[in-house]
Design a protein around this ligand. Structure first.
Ligand code: 9PG
Length: 520
């Protein structure tokens, strides 16, 4: 363990190599910057007291860093920062993968899971400190940001999995005249999670789908979740030995979604590497140039790998394999990705949870205390707290809504999401041309065309051209449940980990979506 004196770094930042490192703080800080592990995990300035554990536990693999979920101290992945009463901050940040930072009383502590690595330590004004950290990360991990981010229409936040060839064809025609660069087909085209072949809803096949998009003058984008699979997939049946297990030989859970348990590929297995490369080549050969690779955290879960190496280092290697196979001319968006290990290898990164057509749900926010589930407030909060990544990679705060149909956000809330896109310089939307009024269509057209001047005036306040934009209404954390509410919350959290309960919710969602699709 290396001990660092605050006076050593007070006037000048430092880089130190150590497996474990501890800095004694000169005074008790006022806030702690928690940096969540992957895209959907919370990033926020928080109080120093322990936070309620987010529920239900069945989602932990896809929401938090499983290894630290029971830690009561303020902590986060790769970096941590404290703010003092005078507004200055002290940041401790790893410059390599497989590291975690904790605040234990008045000691800021960093630990690498395996070997020693480099740490960046700096004190001063927040913007300057984070900017210097980003610069150092670029030196160590690289930078892939080129040109401007493309403007994307994505099928997810309107049709979810109910997409098919007929409806997409109609939508693509309806989007004519709007300045999108990419039309991206999301979840719903594939046979199953693990089996990345076209399903019966697309009888003309994937080449035809990409061609149809390209016929509109745009590039074609596609969603895949290449590092996970469900047990019912052919991939799992045919290659059970490709999946990650723990030291007792049990399959490692990658969480629960689509009404099924998820499992993760062991990407260090040589056959998995070649399978991943072949899959990326296949997708490019179909004609897709924009790849949204999702649920990537599966590749970085703890387990006993074919090749013994730190889990995030293994993950970074898998991302590199996929990047090499797809080629540098593809646009590579990572989602559900552990943040630091993907830097330098992808063009864009989702930096927050999913938005949804509601601002915040009482059940998810207050009772389950879960800031990682889809919700507009969750998306704004975490994305904005990751703005410091902007020099390194295009940061994707998820889509903005323009439509009022099938949407429960207020005008102000929709506007905040649109402004977040402008601040992050990443514009995407999912609205159906059939839904939007001519006025909403005009707003969308203007949004896609504009390039406003952005000036940061405070931690969460900006000037966008001449407008003042204040994100503070989205930034605070939910109120914690107390008394009877606490008991109700604990019960719900327990209930929510039973797959049959989740299946009931899924059945209700599916029914609503079917109706939505039928109404088009
Ligand atoms: C497709 C979607 C979209 C979306 C992605 C990802 O916490 N969760 O249970 C959870 C489930 C799905 C999810 C995010 C979080 O969405 O972010 O844009 O591509 O997959 O299935």
């Amino acid at each position: 363990m290396d001990f660092i004196q605050f006076s050593d770094i007070q006037s000048k930042s430092k880089i130190i190599k150590a497996r474990e490192l501890q800095i004694k703080l000169p005074s008790m800080p006022t806030q702690y910057y928690r940096h969540g592990w992957q895209s959907w995990s919370l990033a926020a300035w928080t109080a120093l007291r322990p936070m309620p554990m987010q529920k239900p536990a069945i989602f932990h693999p896809l929401h938090v860093n499983m290894e630290f979920v029971h830690d009561k101290n303020p902590n986060g992945s790769w970096l941590g920062a404290v703010e003092f009463a005078d507004g200055n901050i002290l940041l401790l940040g790893a410059l390599a993968t497989d590291a975690h930072v904790f605040l234990v009383e008045d000691q800021l502590t960093g630990k690498f899971e395996a070997d020693a690595g480099e740490w960046f330590i700096a004190y001063g004004q927040e913007d300057a400190v984070f900017a210097e950290y980003a610069e150092q990360l670029e030196n160590h991990l690289g930078r892939t940001k080129k040109d401007d981010a493309p403007r994307v229409w994505c099928s997810w936040y309107s049709l979810y999995t109910t997409i098919d060839e007929v409806i997409l064809d109609k939508i693509f025609s309806g989007l004519d005249g709007l300045p999108f660069d990419i039309l991206q087909v999301d979840d719903g085209w594939q046979v199953s999670i693990g089996d990345w072949d076209v399903n019966e809803k697309f009888p003309s096949g994937m080449n035809a789908l990409a061609d149809r998009i390209k016929s509109t003058g745009r590039k074609a984008g596609l969603w895949l979740a290449p590092l996970i699979a469900v047990k019912s997939s052919r991939l799992f049946r045919e290659h059970p030995d490709w999946f990650l297990r723990d030291e007792y030989g049990r399959y490692v859970s990658a969480g629960f979604n689509w009404g099924e348990h998820l499992y993760a590929l062991d990407t260090t297995h040589p056959d998995v590497g070649s399978w991943l490369a072949a899959l990326m080549k296949q997708v490019r050969a179909w004609g897709f140039d924009y790849l949204k690779l999702d649920f990537l955290y599966g590749g970085a879960l703890k387990g006993k790998r074919y090749k013994d190496m730190p889990r995030e280092a293994a993950y970074r290697e898998a991302i590199r394999v996929m990047r090499d196979a797809m080629g540098t001319d593809a646009f590579f968006l990572t989602c559900g990705t552990p943040i630091l290990p993907a830097i330098g290898l992808c063009d864009a990164m989702r930096v927050g949870p999913d938005v949804s057509n509601v601002w915040e749900s009482y059940r998810d926010a207050n009772l389950l205390y879960n800031p990682s589930v889809p919700g507009t407030r969750n998306a704004i909060r975490t994305s904005l707290n990751r703005l410091w990544l902007q020099p390194l990679v295009h940061i994707d705060p998820d889509i903005a809504y323009f439509e009022t149909r099938e949407n429960h956000l207020t005008k102000e809330q929709r506007k905040l999401l649109q402004d977040l896109a402008l601040v992050c310089k990443f514009k995407a939307t999912s609205g159906l041309p059939q839904w939007i009024t001519s006025e909403e269509r005009e707003q969308l057209r203007r949004f896609l065309a504009e390039d406003p001047k952005i000036e940061r005036t405070g931690r969460y306040t900006f000037r966008v051209d001449d407008r003042v934009v204040d994100f503070r209404p989205a930034m605070s954390l939910p109120r914690e449940p107390k008394g009877l509410e606490y008991l109700w919350a604990a019960f719900l959290g327990w209930l929510g980990s039973f797959p049959f309960v989740l299946l009931i919710f899924k059945a209700l969602d599916d029914r609503a979506l079917k109706k939505r699709r039928a109404s088009l």
